[in-house]
Design a protein around this ligand. Structure first.
Ligand SMILES: Nc1ncnc2c1ncn2[C@@H]1O[C@H](COP(=O)(O)OP(=O)(O)OP(=O)(O)O)[C@@H](O)[C@H]1O
Ligand SMILES: [Mg+2]
Length: 465
């Protein structure tokens, strides 16, 4: 499709000449001799570039551009004028015009400027189209799962996307969907029209993180070439997603808190105050409260970010979600890898349900990718599940509060399970046989017999660790 250009020019000769010039370069050109006809055209057509004279018979093009408003026009505007004056050009640029050229303009320069405007307009359109498609892609319903726990997350998301929150913390183990939820909150929320800027605080050395977040002026530190807008500034009007927030050091935490409270930042090496309006989503798979207790995380920042808190449940407590996630992921990798896996054998379901999923949905995603990739028929290949070998930690039993988790994937025999249960309870009761027997509903004699059988002595330590 040809690039489109609207020419607004009342001098007929110049107008026709310019139109011919750009048509020769394969532009689709429409010529308007008045602002009024320009307005009518713009109402139903969206040219990539507008090249416009300043003074038209029915008014001034600067006022016209101002009346259009920048949002309604997704292209670039260039002024070409014989009566150019500095105040006009300043106002033009302030109104968002791409450039301001004086007549007569050298054709080569004109071509260069128009080509630059076209490039910029195309890039802007790509961005808005992309963000429109992300808005469709990320809704609360994108958080998949039929379990009550997943439904609860969706219902909280439904509420949160309607309120203008300033900060929110996302907790949850690795792979539980914190990144996904941050995208849903932004793209389905009130700030969807603004940018979503993400940064992983653990991925950058601490010194760099500060200049990434706040930006710097030229020469602020050795190696600071030129001026750089920080991520806080880039997120203005939108959302800043701070992943792994627990990794920020205490100094930077203080600076971040101040920026959130005052809505003002200063670039490194600069003293100008810059207004920023950002919504902060902070994610962590660590316990921030412990961080606060141990003096690694500022209490005031913690409370500021914790205005809302959303805790994502691990996959092992919502295994029913496998019923929705597995087919969906299989379909996704089928289409990526050009495969046709559609039979999911009962054994696959059983093995997946017995697994403890320390890597949560990300682990499931990786597993499905591997299995679909290696599938040789329409059947999901059980042999590629590799649940025992790929992640040995997975098959380990674990104590979770008042509960025990025992893997049912065949990695523990009945005797091993028996031994593990007894040993754990014994440890909890400082090897008091009477208390342990009572809790397990058995006699002291039976318990002693098994303690001997399994060699469970206080100093023996855990058999399976
Ligand atoms: N409920 C869900 N429905 C659909 N996809 C999900 C769900 N939860 C997680 N995912 C997918 O699982 C993958 C891992 O999720 P994500 O990256 O959001 O995890 P995370 O909590 O940010 O992990 P980490 O702490 O390691 O950064 C992503 O591809 C994400 O889209
Ligand atoms: Mg993440």
């Amino acid at each position: 499709m040809a690039d489109t250009l609207l020419l607004i020019e009342d001098e007929t000769l110049l107008g026709t000449e310019l139109a011919c010039h750009f048509r020769e370069q394969s532009w689709e050109v429409v010529l308007a001799a008045t602002l009024d006809s320009g307005r009518r055209l713009l109402a139903e057509w969206e040219p990539l570039v507008v090249l416009s004279d300043m003074n038209l018979p029915d008014g001034n093009a600067l006022d016209f551009l101002e009346s259009l408003g920048k949002q309604r026009f997704r292209g670039e505007w260039i002024f070409l004028t014989g009566y150019g004056s500095i105040p006009d050009s300043v106002r033009a640029l302030r109104l968002g015009a791409f450039d301001f050229l004086e007549k007569p303009c050298d054709p080569e320069r004109l071509d260069l400027v128009v080509a630059g405007a076209a490039r910029s307009a195309r890039a802007q359109r790509r961005l808005t189209d992309q963000s429109a498609s992300e808005t469709r892609r990320y809704t609360p319903a994108s958080f998949i799962g039929r379990s009550p726990a997943a439904a609860q997350v969706r219902s909280l998301l439904q509420k949160l996307i309607r309120v203008p929150f300033s900060a929110l913390t996302l907790g949850g183990e690795t792979g539980t969907g914190k990144g996904l939820v941050a995208r849903i909150l932004h793209h389905a929320g009130l700030r969807a029209g603004g940018p979503l800027v993400e940064i992983n605080c653990a991925a950058l050395p601490r010194e760099l993180l500060e200049s990434e977040l706040f930006g710097h002026e030229a020469g602020a530190f050795t190696g600071a070439k030129g001026r750089r807008r920080g991520l806080m500034e880039q997120a203005h009007g939108g959302t800043l997603f701070l992943d792994e927030i627990s990794e920020i050091n205490l100094d930077l935490q203080a600076k971040l808190l101040k920026a959130i409270e005052d809505k003002i930042i200063r670039r490194l090496g600069g003293d100008r105050e810059i207004q920023v309006d950002v919504q902060i989503i902070a994610a962590t798979n660590r316990d921030l409260e412990t961080g606060v207790r141990e003096g690694m995380f500022r209490g005031d920042l913690y409370h500021r970010l914790n205005v809302f808190r959303l805790e994502l449940p691990p996959l092992r407590v919502r295994l029913d979600d496998l019923d929705d996630l597995l087919p969906l992921l299989v379909a996704e990798y089928n289409s990526k890898a050009g495969k046709r896996v559609k039979v999911l054998p009962a054994e696959v379901w059983t093995r997946l349900r017995c697994h403890s999923w320390p890597g949560n949905v990300r682990e499931l995603r990786n597993l499905v990718e591997r299995c679909v990739l290696f599938a040789e028929s329409e059947v999901f290949p059980v042999e590629w599940l590799q649940l025992g070998t790929a992640a040995p930690a997975v098959a380990a039993p674990a104590v979770a509060g008042e509960r025990l988790e025992i893997p049912l994937d065949g990695s523990m025999s009945l005797d091993e399970i028996d031994r593990y249960v007894i040993q754990t309870v014994l440890e909890r009761h400082q090897y008091n046989v009477t208390a342990t027997a009572r809790l397990l509903g058995t006699t002291r004699e039976t318990l002693r017999y098994r303690i001997d059988k399994y060699g469970l002595k206080p100093e023996a330590g855990r058999g399976r660790e």
